[in-house]
Structure formats: C-alpha cells, structure tokens
Design a protein around this ligand. Structure first.
Ligand SMILES: N[C@@H](CCC(=O)N[C@@H](CS)C(=O)NCC(=O)O)C(=O)O
Length: 202
C-alpha cells in the first residue's frame, strides 16, 4: 500500500501524526497539488474529492479523506491506543469533537486560506469576502476550544484521541491566517505545550 500525499499540507500531516501514534511506517508518494496532479481525470476517477491524502491499497482500491484513512489504519493495526475512543461514550465524544473541529475549525481555516491567498485560483473562484468571513468564524471558534480544554486534559476528555491530532493540525495552520494561540487562550496554550511534547508531532 502507498500513501499519496504532500507532506507540507495539514491534511497529510494529520494522517502522518496518526501513523506516528500507531508506530506505523507506510510508503509515501508525493503529489504535486500546486501543479494540479490531484485534479487529473486519472486521479479523480479514483479519489472523488480530488484531494490528498489518498491511501492506495495493493488491490487497486483508493481511500480518500484523512479520517477515513486513519480509521482504516486503526482497524487493521492491533493496538490499545483507542485513538477513536474506547467506550461507547468516549467514541461518541471523539466523533462529536471531530465534527465540531472540522466544521467550525478546519473548514473555515481552509476556506480562509484558499480565498484570501488565491493559492488555488487556477481551479476555483477565490472570494476575498468569504475568506475574511471564514477567518472571522475561525477566530470565534478558538475560545470555544479554549473553554473545552479548561474542562478536560485532552480535547474529547481525559484521554488522548484523534480529536487532539485534528486540533493540533488546526493550530499549526493559524499563523498563515495571522491568528495565534495567544494569552487570551490559556487552556489552549496549556494543551498546546502538552501536545508539543508528544514524539508523534515532533
Ligand atoms: N477533508 C479532506 C480535506 C483534504 C484537503 O483539503 N486536501 C488539500 C491539502 S490540505 C488538497 O488536496 N488540496 C488540493 C486542491 O484543493 O486541489 C481530508 O481530510 O482529507
């Protein structure tokens, strides 16, 4: 199997950290997304979202969407990490925070970057006002995450999970949008320092 990715991107980073947590090594192939290698008919026939990362299995099956890829690796790797939660309640809380982080954090962050920078203007209309609104929505979400981390050690509770990986990757993207985990977000800062100690992110 082979992971088609671009290590400079947050979505590839999310899978890479997940693999590090599981202690897995996987063959990688670089995809030139700036050169739109991911938008060719051959790529898109196999990856309907036209995005990286993609996991190409030996039987020719492709799995796209970073969380789907992580789920696959988790399911095929005997481990006691419970990165998607262990009890029914934990699993629900991980899913809940994953959805909140995606919809209120990652999507606005990506929309802000894409629409403000025009990085992918060869393939989509970039609307500055939408970029600004998305950036604003992301800025409004950070205190919500801060408040959650004021209540528990990790994003979804007292256990580390994929939700922490998602939040970490999101925080790593803030600088590009001129946002920061600053002193107004003390719980997020505490968690950020804790995350930075994990070998999987280093
Ligand atoms: N929801 C997707 C998002 C993937 C995504 O946005 N990938 C970006 C890089 S972070 C990409 O491939 N961009 C190239 C393009 O838009 O053409 C996932 O989690 O895998």
């Amino acid at each position: 199997m082979k992971l088609l990715e671009n290590s400079a991107t947050p979505s590839a980073r999310r899978v890479a950290i997940f693999l590090n947590e599981l202690g897995l090594e996987v063959e990688r192939e670089h995809v030139d997304i700036k050169g739109a290698e991911n938008r060719t008919p051959t790529f898109m026939e196999k990856a309907p979202n036209g995005l990286i990362p993609v996991l190409a299995l030996d039987d020719g099956t492709w799995i796209c969407e970073s969380v789907a890829i992580c789920r696959y690796f988790d399911a095929i790797t005997p481990n006691d990490k419970a990165l998607f939660g262990s009890t029914p309640l934990e699993q629900a809380r991980v899913e809940m925070w994953q959805r909140i982080l995606e919809l209120q954090g990652v999507v606005p962050a990506f929309q802000a970057f894409r629409n403000l920078s025009g990085f992918f203007s060869d393939r989509e209309n970039c609307i500055k006002a939408w970029g600004e609104e998305s950036r604003q929505r992301l800025a409004q979400f950070l205190p919500v995450l801060d408040a959650q981390l004021g209540k528990c050690t990790w994003v979804a509770g007292e256990y580390f999970s994929i939700a922490d990986i998602t939040a970490w990757v999101l925080c790593g993207f803030l600088e590009r949008l001129e946002l920061a985990v600053d002193d107004s977000l003390p719980h997020l800062q505490r968690w950020h320092q804790q995350m930075a100690q994990r070998p999987s992110v280093q």
